[in-house]
Design a protein around this ligand. Structure first.
Ligand code: GAP
Length: 456
């Protein structure tokens, strides 16, 4: 795993994964735009997430809720009252910070006395050593207005999470799909939080995507269901995202630190280059959400068990995943620098390889004719176009073949197909494997099946 996040930021910009947002206007602090390869990588992560957590499960149904909901939703969920962070401002340089981040940074200092942690009033500004103001609460909800008037009657909010859409549609979905407990509702979507201190590249931004699901259960089953989801989460990271499991930290949140309604929460943390921080989480939220939405809306959200005739509000276990954080982890895990042999016998050169799991790689196949000459390029383009029906394909005919291999390694393309003058005669191409650099000579007529077998 790469230790220097700047290497990733620079590769992402250079190769078209992620650009600073609104760059030609001087940028917009901590906003990022996904370029062609970043978009493809994100699509692949979302596709795998969807397949693993929704499509392959008989107990999961999908939905896609509106981003702007009735403001009463956020009153019921508690976001309008409680979705805030403690903010302090430096009286000298006026930089603003989250109190918990400053205290966390203090706790990492060598002189930190674990038995006697500091309070925020004892901490100085990390930028200029100035005194800090008393902390005050800052609500993270993004406000907007509906229609032409801008007043309190038209105030609405961009959703800070996707969960609420699934709670308020619980009854609609349960009735329409005739589902029995246990079952889950899943969605992926954009969320917005007016973070006080965004940063660390795409780790903390004000606009990001979440994939999450609400799994509705009978409360008597919560413990075993929680364990089942924890082991599925392990399978996700091990088998699908294929990361080094030693880079994960399973943080059981203690009593007193959990949200008041949660009986168990586990934060899945990751050893980022900038410290161990949250990647995603899972929480047993009891019946808090449905109770609140039932109280505030007046709608009956109870479930009638057809076997026992028992009527009750289902409880919920919620695994939640930041899509952008998963993408960041996939970049960090994939990055590797190694020495590779050149065409000169016995010589090596440094290569950067993004060793994405094949199914996540933004480009699956690159077609590289050995020469730009029309007689080669016209047939090589035809091969590329045929493959495009099945794979994400890049076609590149500029510069030496060695440079083109390096370019494809740097964006993690698992297979490069080289078309040479012999290909015109024997109707075969050379397929090079990104990781082993081994080369196979393959009949053009069998190329699609050959590559498909590699992705099976
Ligand atoms: N419904 C539960 C919920 O929203 P959360 O921990 O507040 O839980 C879910 O957010 C996930 O979204 C986090 O685990 C993290 O992966 C991601 N996330 C949260 N805030 C983020 C931000 N400002 N930028 C990028 N990702 C963020």
């Amino acid at each position: 795993m790469v230790k220097d996040i700047e290497k990733i930021v620079s590769l992402c910009k250079r190769r078209g994964f992620i650009f600073p947002g609104s760059e030609i206007y001087g940028g917009l602090a901590n906003s990022w735009d996904y370029g062609p390869l970043g978009h493809l990588l994100k699509q692949n992560i979302k596709k795998e997430w969807w397949k693993f957590w929704v499509q392959e499960r008989a107990d999961m149904v999908p939905m896609d809720a509106a981003i702007i909901m009735n403001p009463k939703v956020w009153e019921a969920s508690g976001h309008l009252q409680n979705f805030s962070d403690e903010l302090v401002e430096c009286k000298k340089c006026h930089h603003r910070f989250r109190s918990d981040h400053l205290l966390e940074a203090e706790s990492l200092r060598p002189e930190y006395d674990k038995g006697n942690p500091k309070t925020i009033s004892e901490v100085k500004c990390p930028d200029c050593d100035g005194a800090l103001t008393d902390p005050k609460h800052f609500n993270l909800m993004f406000k907007t207005f509906l229609g032409t008037n801008e007043d309190s009657a038209t105030t609405a909010y961009l959703r800070p999470e996707t969960a609420a859409g699934m709670f308020v549609n619980f009854k609609n979905i349960q009735t329409a799909t005739r589902r029995r407990l246990p079952f889950g509702i899943a969605q992926i979507g954009k969320c917005f939080r007016n973070e006080i201190t965004p940063g660390n590249f795409i780790f903390r931004t004000r606009e990001f995507e979440i994939g999450e699901f609400e799994y509705f259960i009978n409360p008597k089953d919560w413990e075993q269901t929680f364990e089942m989801w924890l082991s599925e989460i392990k399978r996700w990271w091990q088998d699908i995202m294929q990361i080094d499991m030693d880079n994960l930290v399973w943080h059981e949140i203690e009593d007193g630190e959990r949200a008041h309604y949660s009986k168990r929460t586990v934060d899945i943390e990751y050893k980022y280059p900038f410290g161990v921080k949250e990647l995603h989480g899972i929480a047993y939220r009891t019946d808090f959400d449905l109770t609140r939405h039932q109280q505030v809306s007046g709608a009956d959200l109870q479930y009638l068990d057809p076997e026992t005739n028992e009527k009750f509000l289902p409880h919920v276990i919620e695994p939640t995943f930041g899509i952008d954080r998963m993408l960041l982890v996939s970049l960090l895990e994939a990055y590797s620098e190694e020495e590779a042999p050149t065409s000169e016998a016995g010589e090596t050169e440094a290569r950067v390889v993004m060793k994405f799991p094949k199914h996540l790689a933004p480009i699956q196949v690159a077609v590289l004719p050995l020469s730009k000459k029309e007689e080669l390029s016209s047939v090589a383009k035809e091969v590329a176009n045929d493959l495009r029906k099945y794979f994400s394909v890049d076609y590149d005919e500029t510069q030496s073949i060695g440079k083109r291999y390096r370019r494809q390694d740097e964006v993690g393309t698992p297979y490069c197909v080289t078309f040479d003058f012999e290909s015109l005669e024997d109707k075969k191409v050379t397929v090079r494997d990104r990781d082993t650099m081994a080369q196979d000579r393959v009949e053009i007529s069998a190329l699609k099946d050959y590559l498909q077998s590699k992705y099976a």
